[in-house]
Design a protein around this ligand. Structure first.
Ligand code: KIV
Length: 289
């Protein structure tokens, strides 16, 4: 080992970069804290199955979220509300099996943690023991602080989620931008500080004005992960089906579409059907003799 190469101990604690950095183990909460220290921005994508998760893992995405957005992006529901613990365990286990390097964070779905910190602990333990995830995410700021405290004391890394919280879609009457106006902005700051104080290792800021997300990011020691929070958060997250153009219909303003997978897959399916109809598939090279 020469003077410039890290010792094994240093390599354990902080890879040179999160993106394309350490490859011999999973990304940890310490790596994310170190990234904030050195000002490195990182990306998170959702994933709901082993195959897609494997693609993102190989691409070097350091954190994969098994979001309860699986409800509307994978399971065919209209919202995240119907998603169950059993579904989250099954999807999360698949994402863990399909990856080697990414930290896998799983959402606690609606109704699986709001009753009490004990309920949150019971279900977080299921995601860790049965699916093997490295962390859980739950919605709510001050209102979820007691649960975050119990989970982190028990050794469960918690990513908090404030601003627009999609599990409250029926109470909010849709998906409006949050934190507009003085009182709402102050509440968002209180929520951010409450989850940090309770022990969360990072916090998602969804659909909040960019200036407010910047202010929160500057005031917190833990990394902020923006989705519709402008360019100044420490990390960004997108729902993979939005990012890759699989989503049917309109996507939110904050989405940038990096591919048009829906068109690519549709073209492939039509070409296959046409070959079968014309008798050109299977050809000789696809046949056994
Ligand atoms: O469920 C999800 O995908 C999420 C992201 C939008 C942050 O919570």
């Amino acid at each position: 080992m020469n003077a410039s190469s890290p010792s094994p101990a240093q390599n354990q604690a902080s890879p040179a970069t999160l993106y394309g950095g350490v490859t011999n183990r999973r990304v940890t909460v310490r790596d994310l804290a170190a990234a904030k220290q050195r000002g490195e921005k990182w990306s998170m994508l959702t994933a709901y199955d082993a195959l897609t998760a494997g693609v993102f893992d190989e691409a070097g995405i350091p954190v994969l979220l098994v979001g309860d957005s699986a409800g509307n992006c994978h399971l065919g529901y209209e919202t995240t509300v119907p998603v169950t613990m059993d579904q989250m365990v099954m999807l999360s286990a698949a994402v863990v099996r399909g990856t080697r390097r990414a930290m896998v964070v799983a959402d606690l779905p609606f109704g699986s943690y709001q009753e009490s910190p004990a309920q949150a602990m019971h279900n977080a333990a299921r995601l860790m023991k049965e699916a093997g995830v490295g962390a859980v995410k739950l919605e709510g700021g001050e209102r979820s602080a007691r649960s975050i405290e119990l989970l982190t004391e028990a050794g469960v890394p918690v990513m908090a989620h404030i601003g627009l919280t999609p599990q409250s879609v029926h109470a909010l009457g849709g998906y409006p931008v949050q934190g507009r106006g003085d009182e709402a902005a102050h509440q968002l700051l209180r929520d951010a500080k409450a989850v940090q104080q309770a022990g969360a290792f990072s916090v998602v800021l969804e659909a909040v004005p960019a200036e407010l997300a910047k202010q929160v990011t500057e005031q917190l020691a833990i990394p902020t992960v923006g989705i519709g929070g402008g360019p100044d958060t420490d990390a960004q997250v997108l729902v993979w089906t939005d990012m890759a153009g699989m989503t049917a219909g309109r996507v939110p303003k904050f989405v940038k579409q990096y591919a048009n997978l829906r068109a690519v897959l549709g073209d492939a399916a039509r070409a296959y059907a046409e070959d079968v109809r014309a008798g050109t598939f299977p050809a000789a090279e696809h046949s056994f003799h």
